[in-house]
Design a protein around this ligand. Structure first.
Ligand code: A3P
Length: 395
């Protein structure tokens, strides 16, 4: 483990111990595969088995002194901005628009994760910080001027990420895009459906969210007539299918508990480092959002996004203008900004109520840290208040 001399005394003790054993004992030292040794060691001391935190060797000249000199160039490639998500809030559009300013440089594309690096989630974390930084090297940029950013929408709601990220990038700016969590949940469902997910293709959103709310095997009768997913039409009867249904439902709902996730980030980053973007405003006026974002990031030569983004009526979204192709719009691919039926009123009410306490908490938190409330948040809180007073009147 190249832990970059977080503990220099340990290295010193280790080499002194080896020389002692060689000089004063008859023990013979042999090389053994470190992974096998680690297995033996952690079998003996299972409590010591934890994932290390990667810190940045470039931040401490003593650490840098013992780091391979062939890696020193990586110090210029550490990202300064993390766009953390959550998924389905417009993160790809934000990534694309930020890249239109030549100052900003994202990581190289990967065949596995496309534009995302996803380093701070479990999949790649063990690969270490050199692997991470090297994902930003080789981009066509002057590393002294470029502002590297990592857009990985999987970071926002993974509780391990804020601590890992703050250990490696304590000074980073953290950008979050928030849309109404009910819309986010529906967009995720549509995303999974379009990707051929068998559960999303077999259940409607109402079935997934309403019928599966307590226990999928106990389907509620909510409207008076049976809502039951009939056994003959329900290919999801066994336990593993039930688990898959719960998993999909959870992936729809859980990232939308915004207050809970924001609190995790605030435990590791100061509120001044966090920029929260109203995803709805971003959808309807991305140029204004991008211009403001450049200001917040303190960019010296901002570009005017009004000149390079235009509304494409066929797509129904703002898209970059391709100046080389007669100012035609070049929109995001068809997997972004899909067209689908609006969700039912019933499921929207259910989700508004489900998210009510988190949304209220989010409003308090945003007030506390001096950030404006997203437009959708006001609307979501209002709609539940109106429903409650309507049901009071009916009583
Ligand atoms: P839908 O496809 O469900 O409409 P992400 O990139 O984080 O996966 O988010 C995808 C969502 O970005 C889309 O969800 C769409 O609503 C939103 N979006 C915002 N601005 C967009 C733009 N300019 N072009 C396409 N999609 C955009």
């Amino acid at each position: 483990m190249s832990n970059y001399a977080n503990d220099r005394l340990a290295l010193y003790t280790f080499s002194e111990l080896i020389s002692f054993v060689q000089r004063y004992t008859n023990l013979q030292l042999r090389y053994a595969n470190p992974l096998k040794l680690a297995d033996i060691y952690f079998d003996l001391f299972p409590n010591e088995k934890t994932t290390p935190f990667w810190t940045n060797p470039c931040d401490d000249k003593r650490h840098l002194a013992i780091w391979s000199t062939t890696k020193h160039y990586l110090c210029n490639h550490a990202p300064k901005i993390l766009i953390v998500g959550p998924q389905k809030t417009g993160t790809t559009a934000l990534y694309t628009f930020l890249n239109l300013n030549p100052l900003f440089k994202s990581a190289r594309m990967s065949r596995e994760d496309f534009e995302e690096v996803q380093f701070f989630n479990d999949k790649h974390y063990a690969r270490g910080s050199d692997w991470y930084f090297s994902r930003f090297a080789g981009a066509n940029a002057n590393p002294n001027e470029a502002i590297y950013f990592d857009k990985s929408a999987t970071y926002f709601d993974d509780s391990k990420v804020p601590e890992r990220a703050s250990n490696l990038l304590p000074n980073a700016r953290i950008i979050m895009l928030l849309v109404d969590p009910a819309d986010r949940a529906y967009s995720w469902y549509q995303h999974m459906k379009a990707h051929g997910d068998i559960i999303a293709n077999g259940l409607s959103f109402d079935q997934l969210i309403l019928d599966a709310r307590d226990d999928i095997s106990l389907v509620e009768n909510r409207t008076g007539k049976s809502n039951k997913i009939e056994p003959s039409t329900n290919p999801f009867e066994n336990a593993s299918s039930m688990a898959a249904i719960r998993q999909l439902r959870n992936r729809c709902i859980h990232p939308g508990f915004y207050a809970q996730h924001l609190i995790s980030w605030l435990e590791h980053y100061s509120s001044r480092q966090i920029i929260i973007i109203d995803g709805q405003w971003f959808k309807y006026n991305p140029a204004a959002v991008m211009n403001r974002l450049q200001l917040l990031l303190g960019i010296r030569d901002p570009i005017d996004y009004n000149e390079i983004l235009a509304f494409d009526s066929r797509k129904g979204y703002f898209c970059p203008l391709d100046t080389l192709a007669g100012n035609r719009t070049r929109c995001l691919g068809k997997s972004k900004g899909r067209k689908y039926e609006p969700m039912s009123e019933q499921v929207r009410h259910y989700l508004n109520r489900l998210y009510l306490s988190q949304n209220r908490q989010l409003a308090h938190l945003l007030n506390d840290i001096g950030q404006p409330l997203p437009t959708w948040l006001d609307a979501a809180l209002d709609s539940v208040a109106q429903l409650a007073s309507a049901s009071d009147r009916n009583l």
